[in-house]
Design a binder for this molecule. Structure first.
Ligand SMILES: [Zn+2]
Length: 368
């Protein structure tokens, strides 16, 4: 396990490769972003939108903006598309089953602020809980089912309502270093082989107790169909200079609330605060790869020149070893598992190459 010399990302992260100078893909991309002509990119997006507006029938929606259940970035996306680019926007929210009070406040405040149409889709809790539980047991990644629900659900909504454009936020592979190496505007791979979906299909996790008819919104169309359809998927982060912290500052002035109580394993108070199940999912990454949210958040500070590597390296160990206990009982109850069952599964995913046993549990062997 080696760490990037500029940030503190480890090479255990899938898709990360350190170059001969010891720099990771994300750090190499930071410099690429500085050289981009953002006004040209903005004109490119205007061209795409003008074409849609010219072809659209009167009164039709120009684009879908997928909305998380009250996140800062989706607020910024919906603002940009509806107010800056003057699109007729339909927001689509695949509803989180356990929203936080901050999430509930923020999605309501966003709708009031932007005055846009929104469709909220809540999928059967019993099926969602089972799919999540199966993803947890088989892959050590409960949120895999969530990602299917969001990416396939939004695409299916675009199909049903015949809307030609889906505007996603940032390309996480590009921003945080991952499987895709080049920045691209085309987000159609989100539906198949991206970092979050990894070429699996929801049927791989649906056991016999789940009615196939209950999987409609989780199912991706074949890649051939996605490529040939007139529905276009793009990343807004390709066209405007995307920055999580400035998005936060921007929406804060419009009514967004950061977290009310400090959560374990987080440096910032505005990321992933809208629902209760994602922290345990993030923590599972720690067992497999030796890092989770603290590394992502500290690296983001480094990329944006708000923190030096030495300072991040000092903070990382304490934050990484904090267990996200705040919503742990919600996680257990939602998936109907006991604490012992949880750790029986979790312990199977501990990567023995990078962890060593210690008196209480296991400890990571390498730190930046
Ligand atoms: Zn780096």
């Amino acid at each position: 396990m080696r760490y990037c010399k500029n940030c503190i990302i480890p090479d255990t992260k899938p898709g990360i490769n350190l170059d001969k100078n010891g720099l990771c893909n994300a750090c190499r991309n930071v410099n690429i972003k500085d050289k981009i002509d953002w006004s040209e990119r903005k004109r490119d997006l205007s061209k795409i939108i003008n074409k849609i507006k010219n072809e659209n029938k009167e009164g039709a929606y120009d684009c879908i903006v997928p909305i998380s259940s009250g996140g800062k970035d989706s607020w910024f996306q919906a603002y940009t598309m509806s107010k800056v680019f003057k699109c007729k926007v339909l927001c689509v929210n695949m509803v989180a089953h356990l929203p936080t009070s901050e999430g509930i406040h923020n999605i309501n405040a966003m709708i009031k602020d932007l005055n846009v149409d929104i469709i909220k889709l809540t999928l059967k809790p019993s099926v969602h809980s089972k799919l999540r539980k199966n993803s947890f047991i088989k892959m050590g990644e409960p949120n895999w089912a969530e990602h299917c629900m969001v990416f396939a659900g939004v695409y299916n909504a675009a199909k049903i309502y015949n809307i030609p454009l889906i505007v996603w936020g940032e390309d996480i592979s590009f921003e945080f270093g991952g499987l895709s190496k080049k920045q691209t505007s085309d987000a159609s791979n989100l539906l198949h082989s991206n970092d979050l979906i990894k070429d699996k299909d929801v049927h791989d996790l649906a056991d016999k107790s789940i009615d196939r008819g209950d999987l409609f919104f989780y199912k991706f169309p074949p890649m051939k169909e996605i490529r040939s359809t007139s529905i276009k998927s793009i990343y807004l982060g390709y066209f405007v200079n995307w920055n999580g912290e400035s998005n936060y500052k921007f929406v804060k002035k419009r009514g967004f609330k950061g977290e009310q109580n400090k959560r374990s394993g987080h440096l910032v108070d505005y990321d992933n605060i809208d629902e209760k199940l994602c922290d345990i999912n993030g923590w599972m990454k720690y067992l497999k790869f030796g890092f989770w949210y603290p590394t992502d958040e500290l690296c983001y500070e480094i990329y944006n020149k708000r923190m030096k590597r030495e300072e991040a390296a000092k903070l990382i160990r304490k934050l990484t070893e904090e267990f996200p206990s705040e919503f742990f009982s919600d996680f257990l109850n939602f998936h109907k598992i006991t604490e012992d069952e949880f750790f029986d599964v979790a312990n199977k995913f501990i990567n023995k190459k990078i962890f060593k046993p210690n008196k209480n549990w296991w400890r990571l062997k390498y730190w930046p």
